[in-house]
Design a protein around this ligand. Structure first.
Ligand code: BG6
Length: 484
Protein backbone atom coordinates (compact mmCIF):
# COMPACT_ATOMS: atom_id res chain seq x y z
CA UNK A 1 0.00 0.00 0.00
CA UNK A 2 1.68 3.25 -1.15
CA UNK A 3 0.75 6.05 1.21
CA UNK A 4 1.83 8.66 3.73
CA UNK A 5 4.24 7.46 6.41
CA UNK A 6 2.57 6.19 9.57
CA UNK A 7 4.00 5.61 13.04
CA UNK A 8 1.93 3.04 14.90
CA UNK A 9 2.69 3.58 18.58
CA UNK A 10 1.70 0.50 20.53
CA UNK A 11 1.18 1.13 24.25
CA UNK A 12 1.17 -2.23 26.03
CA UNK A 13 3.24 -3.98 23.36
CA UNK A 14 4.47 -6.49 25.93
CA UNK A 15 0.94 -7.51 26.90
CA UNK A 16 -1.24 -10.45 26.07
CA UNK A 17 -3.39 -8.67 23.49
CA UNK A 18 -0.36 -7.51 21.53
CA UNK A 19 1.15 -10.99 21.54
CA UNK A 20 -1.99 -12.94 20.66
CA UNK A 21 -3.82 -10.51 18.39
CA UNK A 22 -2.12 -7.26 17.39
CA UNK A 23 1.32 -8.42 16.29
CA UNK A 24 0.00 -11.53 14.49
CA UNK A 25 -2.56 -9.35 12.66
CA UNK A 26 0.16 -6.95 11.55
CA UNK A 27 2.31 -9.82 10.38
CA UNK A 28 -0.52 -11.37 8.39
CA UNK A 29 -0.97 -7.99 6.71
CA UNK A 30 2.73 -7.97 5.99
CA UNK A 31 2.41 -11.36 4.31
CA UNK A 32 -0.51 -10.11 2.23
CA UNK A 33 1.47 -6.97 1.32
CA UNK A 34 -1.26 -4.79 2.71
CA UNK A 35 0.69 -2.77 5.24
CA UNK A 36 1.44 0.83 4.28
CA UNK A 37 4.91 0.81 2.79
CA UNK A 38 6.17 3.43 5.20
CA UNK A 39 4.66 2.04 8.37
CA UNK A 40 6.84 1.91 11.48
CA UNK A 41 5.71 0.03 14.56
CA UNK A 42 6.89 1.60 17.80
CA UNK A 43 6.48 -1.04 20.50
CA UNK A 44 6.17 0.63 23.89
CA UNK A 45 6.55 -1.15 27.16
CA UNK A 46 8.04 -0.54 30.57
CA UNK A 47 10.41 -3.48 30.29
CA UNK A 48 14.15 -2.77 30.19
CA UNK A 49 15.04 -4.45 26.90
CA UNK A 50 15.95 -3.73 23.28
CA UNK A 51 14.21 -4.40 19.99
CA UNK A 52 16.16 -7.60 19.25
CA UNK A 53 15.25 -9.16 22.59
CA UNK A 54 11.69 -7.88 22.43
CA UNK A 55 11.13 -9.45 19.02
CA UNK A 56 12.95 -12.64 20.00
CA UNK A 57 10.41 -12.95 22.82
CA UNK A 58 7.53 -12.63 20.33
CA UNK A 59 8.91 -14.95 17.65
CA UNK A 60 7.57 -18.33 18.79
CA UNK A 61 4.01 -17.04 19.22
CA UNK A 62 4.05 -15.19 15.92
CA UNK A 63 5.36 -18.24 14.12
CA UNK A 64 2.60 -20.37 15.63
CA UNK A 65 -0.09 -17.82 14.72
CA UNK A 66 1.17 -17.35 11.17
CA UNK A 67 1.29 -21.07 10.48
CA UNK A 68 3.62 -23.01 8.22
CA UNK A 69 2.01 -21.82 5.00
CA UNK A 70 2.69 -18.16 5.72
CA UNK A 71 5.77 -18.09 7.93
CA UNK A 72 9.19 -17.57 6.39
CA UNK A 73 12.52 -16.24 7.56
CA UNK A 74 12.42 -13.55 4.89
CA UNK A 75 8.99 -12.34 6.04
CA UNK A 76 10.17 -12.28 9.65
CA UNK A 77 13.16 -10.14 8.72
CA UNK A 78 11.05 -7.69 6.73
CA UNK A 79 8.59 -7.41 9.60
CA UNK A 80 11.32 -6.93 12.22
CA UNK A 81 12.71 -4.00 10.25
CA UNK A 82 9.52 -2.08 10.87
CA UNK A 83 9.59 -2.56 14.63
CA UNK A 84 11.33 -0.19 17.04
CA UNK A 85 11.30 -0.61 20.78
CA UNK A 86 10.79 2.32 23.14
CA UNK A 87 10.96 1.81 26.88
CA UNK A 88 8.43 4.03 28.62
CA UNK A 89 6.87 3.90 32.06
CA UNK A 90 3.42 5.06 30.95
CA UNK A 91 2.75 7.08 34.09
CA UNK A 92 6.07 8.98 34.00
CA UNK A 93 5.85 12.13 31.92
CA UNK A 94 9.65 12.63 31.73
CA UNK A 95 10.03 9.32 29.92
CA UNK A 96 7.88 10.50 26.98
CA UNK A 97 10.71 12.70 25.74
CA UNK A 98 12.34 9.60 24.24
CA UNK A 99 9.12 8.89 22.38
CA UNK A 100 8.95 12.47 21.16
CA UNK A 101 12.42 12.12 19.68
CA UNK A 102 11.57 8.78 18.13
CA UNK A 103 8.42 10.02 16.38
CA UNK A 104 8.79 11.27 12.84
CA UNK A 105 7.15 14.68 12.49
CA UNK A 106 6.39 13.98 8.82
CA UNK A 107 4.35 10.88 9.73
CA UNK A 108 0.82 10.42 10.96
CA UNK A 109 0.99 9.03 14.48
CA UNK A 110 -1.51 6.36 15.45
CA UNK A 111 -1.48 5.79 19.22
CA UNK A 112 -2.89 2.40 20.15
CA UNK A 113 -3.83 2.07 23.83
CA UNK A 114 -3.77 -1.66 24.53
CA UNK A 115 -3.79 -0.86 28.25
CA UNK A 116 -6.38 -0.77 31.03
CA UNK A 117 -8.69 2.25 30.58
CA UNK A 118 -7.53 3.66 33.90
CA UNK A 119 -4.29 4.63 32.11
CA UNK A 120 -5.92 6.40 29.15
CA UNK A 121 -6.13 9.79 30.82
CA UNK A 122 -2.53 9.80 32.08
CA UNK A 123 -1.18 8.64 28.72
CA UNK A 124 -3.07 11.39 26.86
CA UNK A 125 -1.79 14.05 29.27
CA UNK A 126 1.77 12.79 29.04
CA UNK A 127 1.68 12.59 25.24
CA UNK A 128 0.44 16.14 25.12
CA UNK A 129 2.98 17.42 27.64
CA UNK A 130 5.79 15.79 25.67
CA UNK A 131 4.56 17.41 22.40
CA UNK A 132 3.86 14.04 20.81
CA UNK A 133 0.39 15.04 19.55
CA UNK A 134 -0.43 16.87 16.35
CA UNK A 135 -3.57 17.70 14.38
CA UNK A 136 -3.12 14.44 12.43
CA UNK A 137 -2.67 12.06 15.34
CA UNK A 138 -5.21 9.28 15.77
CA UNK A 139 -5.93 7.19 18.83
CA UNK A 140 -7.20 3.61 19.05
CA UNK A 141 -8.93 2.59 22.29
CA UNK A 142 -9.36 -1.00 23.34
CA UNK A 143 -12.45 -2.05 25.24
CA UNK A 144 -13.66 -1.78 27.92
CA UNK A 145 -14.37 1.94 27.65
CA UNK A 146 -15.07 2.42 31.34
CA UNK A 147 -16.91 0.09 33.69
CA UNK A 148 -20.21 1.97 33.86
CA UNK A 149 -21.92 4.97 32.28
CA UNK A 150 -20.31 7.65 34.47
CA UNK A 151 -16.87 6.21 34.13
CA UNK A 152 -17.27 5.72 30.37
CA UNK A 153 -18.32 9.35 30.00
CA UNK A 154 -15.30 10.43 31.96
CA UNK A 155 -12.94 8.40 29.74
CA UNK A 156 -14.58 9.79 26.59
CA UNK A 157 -14.43 13.30 27.97
CA UNK A 158 -10.75 13.05 28.82
CA UNK A 159 -9.67 11.46 25.56
CA UNK A 160 -11.89 13.99 23.76
CA UNK A 161 -9.86 16.85 25.22
CA UNK A 162 -6.85 15.62 23.25
CA UNK A 163 -8.42 14.03 20.14
CA UNK A 164 -11.46 15.06 18.08
CA UNK A 165 -14.12 12.38 17.70
CA UNK A 166 -13.08 11.85 14.04
CA UNK A 167 -9.66 10.80 15.27
CA UNK A 168 -10.83 8.37 17.98
CA UNK A 169 -11.13 4.70 16.98
CA UNK A 170 -12.94 2.67 19.65
CA UNK A 171 -12.34 -0.99 18.92
CA UNK A 172 -14.96 -3.65 19.25
CA UNK A 173 -13.16 -6.45 17.49
CA UNK A 174 -16.46 -8.20 16.65
CA UNK A 175 -17.08 -5.44 14.10
CA UNK A 176 -13.90 -6.47 12.30
CA UNK A 177 -15.03 -10.06 11.83
CA UNK A 178 -15.75 -10.81 8.17
CA UNK A 179 -19.11 -12.37 8.88
CA UNK A 180 -20.25 -9.46 10.99
CA UNK A 181 -19.65 -7.17 8.05
CA UNK A 182 -21.41 -9.67 5.86
CA UNK A 183 -24.47 -9.16 8.01
CA UNK A 184 -24.69 -5.65 6.58
CA UNK A 185 -24.36 -7.01 3.06
CA UNK A 186 -26.92 -9.70 3.72
CA UNK A 187 -29.44 -7.22 5.05
CA UNK A 188 -28.91 -4.25 2.79
CA UNK A 189 -27.82 -5.79 -0.52
CA UNK A 190 -30.57 -8.40 -0.79
CA UNK A 191 -34.12 -7.31 -1.41
CA UNK A 192 -35.76 -10.57 -0.40
CA UNK A 193 -34.07 -10.53 3.02
CA UNK A 194 -34.55 -6.83 3.56
CA UNK A 195 -38.23 -6.93 2.65
CA UNK A 196 -39.02 -9.47 5.37
CA UNK A 197 -36.99 -8.01 8.19
CA UNK A 198 -39.56 -6.83 10.70
CA UNK A 199 -42.24 -7.84 13.17
CA UNK A 200 -44.70 -8.81 10.45
CA UNK A 201 -42.42 -11.66 9.32
CA UNK A 202 -40.01 -12.37 12.17
CA UNK A 203 -41.12 -14.23 15.29
CA UNK A 204 -37.98 -13.77 17.36
CA UNK A 205 -34.21 -13.34 17.18
CA UNK A 206 -31.52 -15.27 19.06
CA UNK A 207 -27.94 -14.16 19.49
CA UNK A 208 -25.52 -16.63 21.06
CA UNK A 209 -21.87 -16.06 21.83
CA UNK A 210 -20.67 -19.21 23.57
CA UNK A 211 -17.04 -19.63 24.49
CA UNK A 212 -15.19 -22.75 25.60
CA UNK A 213 -12.45 -20.77 27.34
CA UNK A 214 -12.67 -20.17 31.07
CA UNK A 215 -11.25 -17.50 33.31
CA UNK A 216 -8.02 -19.30 34.17
CA UNK A 217 -5.31 -16.86 35.14
CA UNK A 218 -7.42 -13.72 35.09
CA UNK A 219 -9.77 -14.21 38.02
CA UNK A 220 -8.85 -10.98 39.81
CA UNK A 221 -9.73 -8.90 36.73
CA UNK A 222 -12.77 -10.87 35.61
CA UNK A 223 -14.33 -11.20 39.05
CA UNK A 224 -14.79 -7.42 39.12
CA UNK A 225 -16.35 -7.45 35.66
CA UNK A 226 -18.48 -10.50 34.81
CA UNK A 227 -19.88 -11.64 31.49
CA UNK A 228 -22.41 -8.87 31.05
CA UNK A 229 -19.76 -6.15 31.15
CA UNK A 230 -17.12 -8.26 29.39
CA UNK A 231 -19.23 -9.42 26.44
CA UNK A 232 -22.82 -8.23 26.38
CA UNK A 233 -22.23 -4.50 26.87
CA UNK A 234 -20.04 -4.45 23.78
CA UNK A 235 -19.89 -7.45 21.43
CA UNK A 236 -23.46 -8.71 21.77
CA UNK A 237 -24.80 -5.17 21.80
CA UNK A 238 -23.05 -4.48 18.51
CA UNK A 239 -24.46 -7.64 16.96
CA UNK A 240 -27.92 -6.71 18.17
CA UNK A 241 -27.56 -3.25 16.65
CA UNK A 242 -26.49 -4.61 13.28
CA UNK A 243 -29.44 -6.99 13.21
CA UNK A 244 -31.97 -4.40 14.30
CA UNK A 245 -30.84 -1.08 12.83
CA UNK A 246 -32.60 0.72 10.01
CA UNK A 247 -30.75 0.92 6.68
CA UNK A 248 -28.17 3.71 6.96
CA UNK A 249 -28.35 6.35 4.23
CA UNK A 250 -24.78 5.53 3.25
CA UNK A 251 -22.06 3.23 4.52
CA UNK A 252 -20.22 6.09 6.20
CA UNK A 253 -19.32 5.93 9.88
CA UNK A 254 -21.66 8.80 10.77
CA UNK A 255 -24.70 7.23 9.10
CA UNK A 256 -24.06 3.75 10.50
CA UNK A 257 -23.51 5.10 14.02
CA UNK A 258 -26.68 7.19 13.86
CA UNK A 259 -28.73 4.10 13.11
CA UNK A 260 -27.04 1.90 15.70
CA UNK A 261 -27.48 4.39 18.50
CA UNK A 262 -31.21 4.61 17.76
CA UNK A 263 -31.48 0.88 18.46
CA UNK A 264 -29.71 1.16 21.81
CA UNK A 265 -31.95 4.07 22.77
CA UNK A 266 -35.03 2.03 21.89
CA UNK A 267 -34.02 -0.94 24.06
CA UNK A 268 -36.66 -1.40 26.74
CA UNK A 269 -35.24 -0.82 30.21
CA UNK A 270 -35.07 -3.95 32.34
CA UNK A 271 -35.83 -2.84 35.87
CA UNK A 272 -36.67 -4.33 39.27
CA UNK A 273 -40.13 -5.34 38.09
CA UNK A 274 -38.96 -7.23 35.02
CA UNK A 275 -35.44 -8.45 35.78
CA UNK A 276 -36.46 -11.82 37.25
CA UNK A 277 -38.35 -12.81 34.09
CA UNK A 278 -35.91 -11.32 31.61
CA UNK A 279 -32.46 -12.19 32.91
CA UNK A 280 -30.63 -15.34 33.95
CA UNK A 281 -27.16 -15.24 35.47
CA UNK A 282 -24.96 -18.32 35.69
CA UNK A 283 -21.59 -19.35 37.06
CA UNK A 284 -19.70 -22.47 35.97
CA UNK A 285 -18.79 -25.25 38.33
CA UNK A 286 -16.38 -28.08 37.56
CA UNK A 287 -17.13 -30.25 34.54
CA UNK A 288 -15.75 -31.86 31.42
CA UNK A 289 -14.85 -30.69 27.94
CA UNK A 290 -14.32 -33.74 25.77
CA UNK A 291 -11.77 -35.75 27.82
CA UNK A 292 -10.49 -32.78 29.81
CA UNK A 293 -11.57 -32.21 33.38
CA UNK A 294 -12.37 -28.55 34.00
CA UNK A 295 -12.07 -26.62 37.22
CA UNK A 296 -15.04 -24.66 38.49
CA UNK A 297 -14.88 -20.85 38.61
CA UNK A 298 -14.63 -20.67 42.39
CA UNK A 299 -11.98 -23.39 42.56
CA UNK A 300 -9.59 -21.72 40.11
CA UNK A 301 -6.04 -21.43 41.42
CA UNK A 302 -6.15 -17.64 41.52
CA UNK A 303 -9.74 -17.45 42.84
CA UNK A 304 -9.51 -15.41 46.01
CA UNK A 305 -13.20 -14.78 46.54
CA UNK A 306 -14.98 -18.02 47.51
CA UNK A 307 -18.32 -16.21 47.86
CA UNK A 308 -18.12 -14.57 44.45
CA UNK A 309 -21.47 -13.96 42.79
CA UNK A 310 -19.93 -12.81 39.49
CA UNK A 311 -21.68 -14.25 36.43
CA UNK A 312 -19.76 -16.22 33.82
CA UNK A 313 -22.98 -16.66 31.83
CA UNK A 314 -25.84 -14.30 31.14
CA UNK A 315 -29.03 -14.66 29.13
CA UNK A 316 -31.38 -11.75 28.51
CA UNK A 317 -34.74 -11.36 26.85
CA UNK A 318 -34.74 -7.88 25.37
CA UNK A 319 -37.28 -5.83 23.45
CA UNK A 320 -36.70 -2.97 21.07
CA UNK A 321 -39.53 -0.53 21.38
CA UNK A 322 -39.77 0.85 17.87
CA UNK A 323 -41.98 0.50 14.83
CA UNK A 324 -40.02 -2.31 13.18
CA UNK A 325 -39.46 -4.57 16.20
CA UNK A 326 -42.48 -4.02 18.44
CA UNK A 327 -43.34 -7.33 20.10
CA UNK A 328 -40.33 -9.29 18.78
CA UNK A 329 -38.18 -10.73 21.58
CA UNK A 330 -34.40 -10.74 21.17
CA UNK A 331 -32.97 -13.58 23.25
CA UNK A 332 -29.27 -13.06 23.79
CA UNK A 333 -26.89 -15.27 25.75
CA UNK A 334 -23.20 -15.55 26.30
CA UNK A 335 -21.05 -17.65 28.57
CA UNK A 336 -17.60 -18.91 29.35
CA UNK A 337 -16.76 -22.63 29.57
CA UNK A 338 -19.66 -23.69 27.42
CA UNK A 339 -19.81 -26.99 25.53
CA UNK A 340 -18.74 -25.50 22.19
CA UNK A 341 -17.38 -22.26 20.78
CA UNK A 342 -20.04 -20.75 18.63
CA UNK A 343 -21.23 -17.29 17.69
CA UNK A 344 -24.44 -17.20 15.76
CA UNK A 345 -27.50 -15.14 15.08
CA UNK A 346 -30.70 -17.03 14.42
CA UNK A 347 -33.70 -15.34 12.88
CA UNK A 348 -36.87 -17.37 13.29
CA UNK A 349 -39.66 -16.37 10.95
CA UNK A 350 -43.34 -16.56 11.77
CA UNK A 351 -45.18 -19.62 10.60
CA UNK A 352 -47.54 -19.28 7.64
CA UNK A 353 -51.01 -18.01 8.34
CA UNK A 354 -52.55 -21.16 6.90
CA UNK A 355 -50.98 -24.58 6.37
CA UNK A 356 -52.25 -26.49 3.35
CA UNK A 357 -49.86 -29.43 3.86
CA UNK A 358 -51.80 -31.62 6.22
CA UNK A 359 -48.92 -34.13 6.28
CA UNK A 360 -46.56 -31.72 7.92
CA UNK A 361 -46.70 -29.32 10.80
CA UNK A 362 -46.48 -25.65 10.04
CA UNK A 363 -42.76 -25.22 10.81
CA UNK A 364 -41.05 -21.82 10.76
CA UNK A 365 -38.18 -20.89 8.45
CA UNK A 366 -34.94 -20.05 10.16
CA UNK A 367 -32.02 -18.02 8.95
CA UNK A 368 -28.84 -18.96 10.80
CA UNK A 369 -25.93 -16.58 10.47
CA UNK A 370 -22.81 -18.34 11.76
CA UNK A 371 -20.14 -15.86 12.73
CA UNK A 372 -17.69 -18.47 14.01
CA UNK A 373 -16.64 -21.19 13.45
CA UNK A 374 -17.56 -22.38 9.89
CA UNK A 375 -18.55 -18.85 8.93
CA UNK A 376 -21.59 -18.89 6.72
CA UNK A 377 -25.33 -18.68 6.36
CA UNK A 378 -27.94 -21.41 6.53
CA UNK A 379 -31.56 -21.09 5.53
CA UNK A 380 -33.72 -23.78 7.11
CA UNK A 381 -36.76 -24.41 4.97
CA UNK A 382 -39.26 -27.03 3.97
CA UNK A 383 -39.20 -28.78 0.65
CA UNK A 384 -41.06 -31.68 -0.92
CA UNK A 385 -39.73 -35.14 -0.28
CA UNK A 386 -38.46 -36.56 -3.55
CA UNK A 387 -40.26 -39.44 -5.24
CA UNK A 388 -43.75 -40.16 -6.51
CA UNK A 389 -44.61 -42.26 -3.47
CA UNK A 390 -43.83 -39.38 -1.14
CA UNK A 391 -46.92 -37.54 -2.36
CA UNK A 392 -46.92 -34.07 -0.87
CA UNK A 393 -44.90 -35.07 2.19
CA UNK A 394 -42.46 -32.35 3.23
CA UNK A 395 -39.00 -32.55 4.64
CA UNK A 396 -36.75 -29.94 6.30
CA UNK A 397 -33.84 -28.90 4.08
CA UNK A 398 -30.98 -26.50 4.61
CA UNK A 399 -29.54 -24.10 2.07
CA UNK A 400 -25.97 -23.80 3.24
CA UNK A 401 -23.53 -21.11 2.19
CA UNK A 402 -20.07 -21.64 3.62
CA UNK A 403 -18.12 -18.41 3.16
CA UNK A 404 -14.67 -19.95 3.12
CA UNK A 405 -15.35 -22.57 0.49
CA UNK A 406 -17.49 -20.14 -1.54
CA UNK A 407 -14.86 -17.39 -1.54
CA UNK A 408 -11.84 -19.27 -2.85
CA UNK A 409 -9.58 -17.68 -0.22
CA UNK A 410 -7.46 -19.86 2.04
CA UNK A 411 -8.40 -18.27 5.33
CA UNK A 412 -10.82 -15.79 6.87
CA UNK A 413 -8.75 -12.84 8.06
CA UNK A 414 -8.74 -12.04 11.76
CA UNK A 415 -10.82 -9.06 12.86
CA UNK A 416 -7.77 -7.03 13.89
CA UNK A 417 -6.32 -7.20 10.38
CA UNK A 418 -9.32 -5.43 8.94
CA UNK A 419 -9.47 -2.95 11.80
CA UNK A 420 -5.79 -2.00 11.50
CA UNK A 421 -6.24 -1.35 7.80
CA UNK A 422 -9.24 0.84 8.49
CA UNK A 423 -7.32 2.90 11.05
CA UNK A 424 -4.51 3.39 8.55
CA UNK A 425 -7.05 4.43 5.90
CA UNK A 426 -8.91 6.66 8.40
CA UNK A 427 -12.20 4.81 7.92
CA UNK A 428 -14.24 4.84 11.13
CA UNK A 429 -17.27 2.90 9.91
CA UNK A 430 -16.34 -0.27 11.84
CA UNK A 431 -15.54 1.56 15.07
CA UNK A 432 -17.87 2.45 17.90
CA UNK A 433 -19.10 6.01 18.35
CA UNK A 434 -19.12 7.84 21.66
CA UNK A 435 -22.87 7.94 22.05
CA UNK A 436 -23.33 4.26 21.25
CA UNK A 437 -20.95 3.13 23.93
CA UNK A 438 -22.39 5.52 26.51
CA UNK A 439 -26.00 4.55 25.78
CA UNK A 440 -25.07 0.89 25.97
CA UNK A 441 -23.59 1.40 29.44
CA UNK A 442 -26.69 3.29 30.51
CA UNK A 443 -28.91 0.33 29.59
CA UNK A 444 -26.53 -2.20 31.19
CA UNK A 445 -26.14 -0.14 34.38
CA UNK A 446 -29.91 -0.07 34.81
CA UNK A 447 -30.09 -3.83 34.35
CA UNK A 448 -27.23 -4.48 36.80
CA UNK A 449 -28.75 -2.21 39.41
CA UNK A 450 -32.06 -4.10 39.03
CA UNK A 451 -30.39 -7.47 39.61
CA UNK A 452 -28.41 -6.11 42.52
CA UNK A 453 -31.55 -4.65 44.06
CA UNK A 454 -33.46 -7.94 43.61
CA UNK A 455 -30.45 -10.03 44.65
CA UNK A 456 -30.66 -12.11 41.48
CA UNK A 457 -28.19 -14.86 42.30
CA UNK A 458 -26.01 -16.75 39.84
CA UNK A 459 -27.26 -20.25 38.95
CA UNK A 460 -24.63 -22.98 38.70
CA UNK A 461 -23.92 -24.82 35.45
CA UNK A 462 -21.35 -27.52 34.85
CA UNK A 463 -18.39 -26.43 32.72
CA UNK A 464 -18.64 -27.87 29.23
CA UNK A 465 -22.44 -27.58 29.05
CA UNK A 466 -24.86 -25.06 27.56
CA UNK A 467 -25.41 -22.94 30.66
CA UNK A 468 -27.89 -23.12 33.53
CA UNK A 469 -31.25 -24.84 33.08
CA UNK A 470 -32.93 -21.52 33.90
CA UNK A 471 -31.71 -20.19 30.55
CA UNK A 472 -33.85 -22.83 28.80
CA UNK A 473 -36.77 -21.74 30.93
CA UNK A 474 -36.27 -18.09 30.02
CA UNK A 475 -37.06 -18.86 26.40
CA UNK A 476 -39.16 -21.97 27.09
CA UNK A 477 -41.76 -19.98 29.01
CA UNK A 478 -42.55 -18.24 25.72
CA UNK A 479 -43.04 -21.58 23.94
CA UNK A 480 -39.67 -21.32 22.16
CA UNK A 481 -36.29 -22.99 22.51
CA UNK A 482 -32.66 -22.14 21.88
CA UNK A 483 -31.29 -23.16 18.52
CA UNK A 484 -28.65 -25.80 19.32
C1 BG6 B 1 -12.96 -10.22 24.57
C2 BG6 B 1 -13.34 -10.60 25.97
O1 BG6 B 1 -13.40 -8.93 24.27
O2 BG6 B 1 -13.55 -11.13 23.65
C3 BG6 B 1 -12.88 -12.02 26.28
O3 BG6 B 1 -12.76 -9.70 26.89
C4 BG6 B 1 -13.46 -12.97 25.24
O4 BG6 B 1 -13.29 -12.43 27.58
C5 BG6 B 1 -13.14 -12.48 23.82
O5 BG6 B 1 -12.93 -14.25 25.47
C6 BG6 B 1 -13.86 -13.32 22.78
O6 BG6 B 1 -13.43 -12.97 21.48
P1 BG6 B 1 -13.52 -14.01 20.26
O7 BG6 B 1 -13.09 -13.23 19.08
O8 BG6 B 1 -12.62 -15.15 20.62
O9 BG6 B 1 -14.96 -14.45 20.19
Amino acid sequence: MQSKPIDLVLFGAGGDLARRKLLPALMHLEFDELLPEKLRILALSREETNVENFMAGQKATLQAYLGEQRWSKALWEIFCQRVHYVRVEFTEVDQYEVLHQELDSASTSVFYFATPPSLFQGICENLSAARCLSQNSRVVLEKPIGRNFDNCKEVNQTVGEFFDEERIYRIDHYLGKETVQNLLALRFANRFINAQWDNTCIDHVQITVAETVGIDGRFSYYDQVGQLRDMLQNHLMQLLCLVAMEPPNTMTAADIRDEKVKVVRALRVIDETSVADHVVRGQYTSGWYQAEELTGYLELEDADNPQSDTETFVAVKAFIDNWRWAGVPFYVRTGKRMGEKVTEIVITYKTLAHNIFASHENAPNRLVIRLQPNEGIEMHMLSKQHGIEAGTALTPQTLDLNFLSASGIDRIPDAYERLFLDVFRADQSLFVGREEVEQSWLWCDRLISAWEHNRLKVKPYAAGTKGPAQSDLLIGRDGRSWHE
